[in-house]
Ligand binder design. Structure first.
Ligand SMILES: *[C@@H]1O[C@H](CO)[C@@H](O)[C@H](O)[C@H]1NC(C)=O
Ligand SMILES: *[C@@H]1O[C@H](CO)[C@@H](O)[C@H](O)[C@H]1NC(C)=O
Ligand SMILES: *[C@@H]1O[C@H](CO)[C@@H](O)[C@H](O)[C@H]1NC(C)=O
Ligand SMILES: *[C@@H]1O[C@H](CO)[C@@H](O)[C@H](O)[C@H]1NC(C)=O
Length: 356
């Protein structure tokens, strides 16, 4: 009897080991640039008012711990790392100066945008250009650590994730000053002309596999719906989201023909989230309008503060707080990112991108 048990135990251990080996890394590193959709704690180290390192954020995270993620649980950066077989890339600002960046690092900062001026009034943020500047430092460190040709090879196989742009729009929607300076089309053009040289700089410093996400249906977040009597989406703001995404998609196509050896996945956050909002039950959701955590109408009259209320059925809400999706929605989004196809992720999905 004891012998049989031992045998079974050995077999189970072998099986577990082989499963562990089978989960090979799809890429040596993930470098994450972006905003609160992928911030894993950089803002905890900055003097600003764009923070999430307090309850009820993190209520479904390991040990129910708030970490600085603007979510109840994991965010897309975590799911992407899971899929790649890597640990979540740590916040750049949490690391010592002599840290090893070999498995990647995250520069993402809540409330940051493509433009330096986006949500400047919130305090210290890491705007996109500064995030790219930090990556240039990381590149230098990798070259020192590995030597130049090994570092180039390492980076050429690594995944670069760029999820930015929503905050530029939210700042624009709320600022009559910005609206006076730029028409919506001019503002979209400004975002494009600001983003493009920064993506080129990532390439210049070794990036060859680039995942770039468009913005979601910004007019459908609870913070926008609550401004409408019947809680409808702001269709004008949605149409600007679509215009920006079209431009971003075309820009990436141009970059690939311009930059030898660059491969990319463009992820259409708008189309994927809009589909979920239109057919929620097909994805297991039944609340698309109200946030899970917040105060007042649609729980969208406050941030997810410690004094706010939160729902118990977090798996059937698309939105965690007035701006950010739930872990449940993020999980679906990253599944499409890795294994979906046109028109949701083009010209290739991230699984194809990292295996090319
Ligand atoms: C970084 O420096 C500290 C002391 O300054 C040292 O204790 C630590 O081992 C170093 N870490 C690495 C990865 O070199
Ligand atoms: C944005 O900030 C960076 C520093 O991070 C600076 O080098 C750059 O000149 C700024 N760009 C503009 C347009 O102000
Ligand atoms: C509410 O949204 C709908 C659909 O976008 C729009 O037709 C309507 O004018 C909006 N109402 C208000 C009061 O903003
Ligand atoms: C990646 O880009 C290279 C160079 O443009 C191209 O030859 C290759 O087919 C691309 N790989 C995929 C999977 O598209």
């Amino acid at each position: 009897m004891a012998k049989n048990l031992l045998l079974i135990f050995l077999l189970i251990s072998l099986l577990a080991l082989s499963l562990e080996l089978a989960k090979a890394q799809l890429a040596p590193a993930a470098f994450v640039l972006g905003d609160s959709l992928v911030d894993v704690g950089n803002n905890n180290y900055l003097r600003n008012i764009a923070k999430a390192n307090f309850p009820h954020n993190g209520i479904d995270f390991a040990a129910r711990r708030p970490t600085g993620r603007f979510c109840n649980g994991k965010n897309p950066a975590d799911f992407i790392a899971d899929q790649l077989g890597l640990p979540s890339s740590p916040p750049y600002l949490s690391l010592p100066k002599n840290a090893s960046y070999i498995n990647g690092v995250s520069f993402a900062s809540g409330a940051s945008g493509i433009l330096n001026g986006t949500f400047l009034a919130y305090g210290e943020l890491i705007p996109f250009q500064k995030q790219v500047g930090y990556f240039v430092e990381v590149h230098k460190s990798l070259v020192q650590q590995m030597g130049s040709s090994a570092a180039e090879k390492h980076l050429s196989k690594s995944l670069f994730c760029v999820i930015i742009g929503s905050n530029d729009f939210f700042d624009y929607f709320g600022s009559s000053e910005l609206q006076k300076q730029h028409t919506p089309q001019q503002f979209i053009d400004l975002l494009a002309t600001s983003l493009k040289p920064q993506l080129k700089k990532l390439y210049e410093f070794g990036a060859r596999k680039l995942m770039v996400a468009g913005v979601g249906p910004l007019g459908c977040v609870p913070a926008e719906r609550v401004n409408n009597k019947t809680h409808q989406c702001n269709e004008e703001h949605n149409s600007w989201s679509v215009k920006y995404n079209d431009m971003l998609k075309a820009m990436l196509k141009g970059l690939k023909s311009e930059l030898h050896g660059l491969n990319y996945s463009y992820f259409d956050t708008y189309k994927v989230l809009h589909n979920i909002i239109q057919y929620p039950s097909a994805y297991g959701f039944n609340e698309i309008k109200a946030a899970c955590c917040g105060l007042g109408e649609l729980r969208a009259k406050s941030l997810c503060l410690p004094i706010a209320r939160y729902c118990s059925n977090r798996k059937d809400h698309v939105f965690w707080d007035l701006y950010h999706p739930t872990e449940a929605a993020y999980r679906i989004i990253v599944d499409v990112l890795f294994d979906g196809s046109s028109p949701y992720v083009v010209p290739i999905n991230v699984r194809q991108l990292v295996s090319s």
